[in-house]
Design a protein around this ligand. Structure first.
Ligand SMILES: Cc1cc2nc3c(=O)[nH]c(=O)nc-3n(C[C@H](O)[C@H](O)[C@H](O)COP(=O)(O)O)c2cc1C
Length: 335
């Protein structure tokens, strides 16, 4: 797909996720093959009030490029100013969130709330497009609910405003993050517009990714929870698209190695205590497919420093390898 100066074929993107897509996680996903990474959604009101916490959410490192800042809000004026502030940091693109389903975002006429007021959505996107030089993209959903799916009209409108790409989370606002995504609308959207269409929702295996590309004709896919559960998914999808074969699953040792690197990055970028606490959501992705890991995961939740976590993991591995070496002879005897 062509997006401003970027040209990416079969693009596999990391989705914006609040409290998840911070610098450490983005660096990990980037290294594993994510073609574009984004901030979590950044509140336009917070930006124009110069909230330091809100501004921090937009920070990124050069090696994260191509990189997008996602903003959201329900007012044209604040979105215009927010886009200008975001542009000063020189990301590669600005994405507008028109898909967030949570009540207090929707209640302020932002996120998926804009699906209820398309003239306002149009004004906001057009205002942002006209106030920055960067490519502006939009992320939205199929519609408010199954009775009011309007993605084809919305896609045409978004293209007319001058947005450069559209990501479609193939669920409705009413579905939240649950239920099956419905990709069947995408080929009709593709026939209706010329801007790149990126499909999101429920893509968590290489097979699903290939199927989505083939059945929808989309230009890219975007992965959210599948990347938390398995950051290797980007490399796995790309390999599968290229060869039709699956990469071998990462070994437990490889999982632990990446966990250590990710945790280090988290402590480095956020300070040790905060970095360790915020890292907890990632244990489930790294510590799996091994007997005893669910107990290990809950034990690690108690730490607030890095070294005791590494020590605890080392003890776990030692017991594991001792068990294996004592179990193996008995198994071979049985055979
Ligand atoms: C923890 C979490 C935080 C999210 N935060 C954002 C966000 O800041 N901006 C956004 O556009 N979507 C956000 N989403 C939605 C995802 O980007 C994505 O659209 C959704 O999870 C569906 O994709 P999936 O089925 O691959 O998870 C979030 C999702 C999760 C699970």
């Amino acid at each position: 797909m062509q997006l401003g100066n970027l040209s990416i074929s079969n693009a596999v993107l990391l989705a914006p996720m609040e409290d998840v897509t911070d610098i450490p996680f983005r660096l990990i996903c980037k290294r594993l093959g994510a073609d574009i990474v984004y901030t979590e959604f950044v509140n336009s009101e917070g930006l124009i009030r110069h909230s330091e916490k809100t501004k921090q959410k937009m920070m990124f490192l050069p090696e994260e490029r191509p990189f997008g800042i996602q903003i959201y809000g329900g007012g044209e004026g604040s979105m215009e100013q927010a886009a200008r502030i975001a542009e000063q940091l020189q990301p590669d693109l600005i994405d507008i969130n028109c898909g967030c389903w949570v009540r207090n975002v929707v209640g302020h006429g932002a996120g998926a709330g804009l699906l209820k007021d398309l003239p306002k959505m149009q004004r906001i996107i057009a205002t942002v497009v006209n106030s920055v030089r960067l490519p502006v993209t939009v992320k939205t959903r199929l519609g408010w609910d199954t009775e009011s799916i309007n993605i084809i009209d919305v896609a045409r409108m978004i293209e007319d405003t001058g947005a450069k790409a559209l990501t479609i989370h193939c669920r409705t606002r009413a579905q939240g993050h649950k239920g099956d995504p419905d990709y069947s609308w995408i080929s009709a959207v593709k026939r209706s517009v010329t801007i790149p269409i990126i499909v999101n929702g429920g893509i968590d295996t290489p097979e699903r990714a290939k199927d989505v590309f083939e059945t929808t004709g989309c230009d890219g896919i975007m992965i959210a929870r599948g990347a938390i559960q398995n950051p290797w998914i980007f490399a796995e999808v790309k390999h599968f698209l290229l060869t039709g074969k699956r990469l071998p699953e990462p070994s437990f040792e490889q999982r632990l190695q990446l966990l250590r690197e990710h945790l280090h990055l988290s402590a480095q970028h956020k300070g040790e205590r905060c970095g360790v606490i915020e890292f907890r959501k990632h244990y489930s992705g790294y510590l799996c497919n091994q007997p005893g890991v669910s107990k290990l995961r809950s034990e690690l939740m108690h730490y607030v420093e890095v070294q005791p976590i590494f020590d605890h993991i080392d003890r776990f591995v030692k017991v594991l390898t001792t068990d294996i070496t004592t179990v193996e002879p008995r198994e071979s005897l049985a055979a």
